[in-house]
Design a protein around this ligand. Structure first.
Ligand code: SF4
Length: 279
């Protein structure tokens, strides 16, 4: 049975999610940040964590952006195969939602990467669709700051680098980022696939709630090992030294070619704005 969903519903949801995400950080992130403070031996590091929590509470109370960089809008739609969008072009509706949400937020998007003219309304948002069973749409909005995006990396390794090579690359990415990704970071790691899909896996890993672990035991163990290794780098909150450099490492993995071990690391910062709704 086909379920009809008017595109105006998607447009409104995009606007609402992005507007609220700007000032309300996810509860799982705030809980993890608060829980990290006792484990931070550096007084300056603890002070930074306190300031981040205070900033978040203030932004939520006053309904002002958590960070001046309100980023680029990224929309992830899991669309049930029994859904039929009605009343217009769903892509245009999503962009209308982005435009409306950013009316009062900083516009940070240029239309051409060489000519660099601001589009003036933060469009286009970047849209990702996935077809799933059922008649529902799950919409997740990510308001992605580019300090952390700039520090992200991808490498097409041969399989001979092994898990040690993966750990080395991920930790090296964090060390190269230093303070520039605005730590404590959330680390999305994509493993496998191809050049294009491994980056998407790393991005999708950022959508998982903090506190969740990978359902596959050896990947869950690798997440824990990576988090421990990253938190031994000494970079600390906002790069001022300390233990709490990352709050979570999330891995998403996929099948790949016998000749490759693609690895992508996508970082999210201390303003990890994300919100979801099921329609
Ligand atoms: S990387 Fe994140 S915390 Fe840092 S300036 Fe950009 S949005 Fe703000």
């Amino acid at each position: 049975m086909i379920r009809e969903i008017p595109v105006t519903r998607i447009q409104t949801a995009v606007e609402t999610l992005l507007t609220e995400a700007a000032y309300r950080l996810p509860a799982d992130y705030l809980a993890a940040l608060e829980a990290s403070a006792p484990a931070e031996p550096s007084p300056v590091g603890r002070q930074v964590i306190d300031l981040l929590l205070e900033n978040s509470a203030y932004a939520q109370a006053e309904q002002i952006p958590t960070c001046q960089d309100t980023g680029m809008a990224m929309l992830f739609l899991e669309v049930g195969q029994d859904v039929h969008f009605t009343g217009g072009d769903v892509n245009a509706a999503i962009q209308d939602g982005v435009r409306a949400a950013y009316a009062g937020l900083r516009k940070s998007v240029v239309g051409d990467p060489i000519q660099r003219i601001n589009t003036g309304d933060n469009t286009p948002g970047l849209i990702h669709y996935e077809i799933v069973p059922g008649d529902r749409v799950t919409l997740t909005a990510l308001q992605k700051g580019f300090g952390a995006e700039l520090m992200s990396r991808l490498q097409m390794f041969p399989p001979s680098v092994g898990v040690e090579g993966v750990v080395r690359f991920v930790v090296e990415t964090i060390e190269l980022a230093g303070p520039n990704a605005c730590p404590p970071v959330i680390v999305g790691v994509g493993l496998g696939g191809s050049f294009d899909t491994v980056a998407h896996l790393a991005k999708k890993a950022l959508l998982r709630p903090i506190g969740s672990t990978h359902p596959t035991p050896h990947l869950a163990a690798l997440e824990a090992d990576l988090l421990a290794a990253i938190n031994r780098t000494g970079i600390g909150p906002q790069g001022l030294g300390g233990r709490v450099t990352a709050l979570a490492v999330h891995i998403e993995a996929g099948a790949t070619h016998i000749g490759a071990l693609p690895v992508a690391v996508n970082l999210n910062c201390s303003a990890p704005r994300r919100a979801s709704i099921e329609i």
